[in-house]
Design a protein around this ligand. Sequence first.
Ligand code: ADP
Length: 256
Amino acid sequence: MNNLTIVKVGGAVVEDPTTLNTLLDDFAAMQGNKLLVHGGGRAADKLLNRLGVEIKKVDGRRITDKETIDVVTMVYAGLVNKNIVAQLQRRGVNALGFTGADLNIILSHKRPVKTIDYGFVGDVDSVQTEVLFSLIEQGAVPVVSPITHDGRGQLLNTNADTIASELARALAKSCGVTLVYCFEKPGVLMDATDDNSVIGTLTYDKFKEYQATGIINEGMIPKLDNGFDAIRAGVASVVITNTDGLKNGRGTRLVI
Ligand code: ADP
């Protein structure tokens, strides 16, 4: 295997059936080896609400207590993952859905408690690339849900942007990897209200400058930190874009 494209698809795209259909059409049409990583935050919130489990967040980050890890596992590894697998199979893509626990692909540890206890949240320790390689070489298209394990029987909730970056970094040691973060906007914007203000090329220094001035904020900050980690670790290309970007190649390209 020489090249691989990793597409990470964000919460808002996955949860709207129309945008998900478009994304999966475009993903199915992509040539070459590919792998999909998905999030699904708001779908978990809906089920947590229906089950009467209190949603706890600090600065937008979920506190994953015992009941919450059960529910996010059901939603991410179950409903969201298997729906994507079925929708890709319908399109003739031989999708294989799994979590980081399956085949021991992503091993993590529970985030240590400093000021905040995030609960059952996993920080990645290692990625098993050999098994992924052989699955992809046999024609499987992996669909990875953001659940990992600690090797001692505990499932852990892990940020999907981080999973995409960790997979890209590990696989880049053996092949050319393109990482595409696909969300609801056409790229990193200079003005959040103007879709025509996409930053074509973003350096790390500019990212930090725009973060300081507030142009880049919230979920875009960890997404870009993950993206720049990938570039630094030898991932050939990292692009932030929307579903259209999978077809036309537009979006924000990260450079160091
Ligand atoms: P995902 O949909 O992949 O889960 P997040 O919601 O975590 O992504 O992060 C993306 C969010 O970042 C967007 O919803 C957007 O509102 C926000 N954002 C902050 N700054 C910017 C910016 N400069 N350009 C585009 N989006 C931005």
